[in-house]
Design a protein around this ligand. Structure first.
Ligand SMILES: [Zn+2]
Length: 273
């Protein structure tokens, strides 16, 4: 039987699909450790969107790196009178992200130091330059970021997808003006997270309506059709692991806690696969 959350779904943006299987087969023969970098917008994106992928590859000996654009300073869902404010909430969420990263086996976490909700208004060249710096410094083989839909239209998610895509081109370009003191770097593969309609149903079931109101327009996730999804990664074992470790800690930020909350619904989805 297929299990809930068994697959992380991604779309390959560069080159042929099935890089992950290539990655698996190359692992034995390559002298250097392979590196995977996720470039995301907020604390919790690493867990909800790609936690299974990060945990799986870290557990298999691939070095994983995370670059997060903001500290999630506006992610307060409690009573507004108790909101600790941008700086204090950013510190809380940074600590939660660090704890999540430890569980996921992420080797290093870095921030681009933008404010939650303002990334799409940042100067594009400045953001791209920062990401180029990380790409050229870390030299990842594979990069994962949001898709151009931002999963459900979140402007920060869309912005980081655009900036990361641009940075990957810049990092490989001898004509780039950014970080010229660092050697050029070409990533082997760029992947966008591509939530299926089924996965968005689960999110909706667990978190309620994922809707953004931007410039008077309502945005929701629409889900990537199966024919657009190039790559599915079995991450079930790592959902289990994270679920256990996070039960008393930073559960708010770990996707695996979703599995028990949405169990009935998830089973129904599984039977369709
Ligand atoms: Zn986010």
């Amino acid at each position: 039987m297929e299990r809930p959350g068994k697959y992380a779904t991604l779309i390959s943006v560069t080159g042929i699909k099935q890089i992950w299987s290539a990655l698996e087969s190359d692992r034995e023969t390559m002298a250097e450790t392979l590196k995977l970098m996720a470039v995301l917008a907020h604390p919790d994106d690493e867990s909800l969107g790609s936690g299974g992928v990060l945990a799986k590859y870290a557990a298999e000996g691939i070095e994983t790196f995370l670059v997060t654009a903001t500290r999630g300073e506006r992610g307060w869902f409690g009573d507004e009178r108790e909101n600790p404010g941008l700086e204090a909430l950013g510190q809380i969420r940074e600590a939660e992200l660090q704890a999540a990263a430890e569980v996921l086996g992420i080797r290093s976490v870095n921030f681009l130091d933008y404010i939650d909700g303002e990334l799409d208004q940042a100067h594009p060249a400045e953001v791209v330059a920062k990401i180029v710096g990380y790409l050229r410094h870390v030299k990842p083989d594979v990069v994962v970021t949001f898709g151009p839909d931002g999963s459900y239209g979140h402007p920060d998610h869309i912005a980081i997808a655009q900036f990361t895509t641009a940075a990957i081109v810049e990092a490989a370009s001898p004509d780039s003006l950014y970080y010229r003191e660092l050697a050029l770097h070409s990533v082997a593969k760029l992947y966008y997270m591509a939530p299926s309609a089924d996965l968005l149903d689960v999110y909706q079931f667990v978190f309620g309506d994922l809707v953004m109101h931007i410039d008077g327009v309502e945005r929701r996730g629409v889900g990537w059709p199966d024919w657009q999804i190039t790559t599915q990664i079995d991450t079930w074992a790592y959902w289990q692991k994270s679920n256990t470790k996070h039960s008393g800690g930073v559960k708010r930020f770990i996707a695996p806690s979703v599995s028990s909350m949405a169990d009935g619904r998830l089973r129904a989805i599984c039977s369709r696969d």
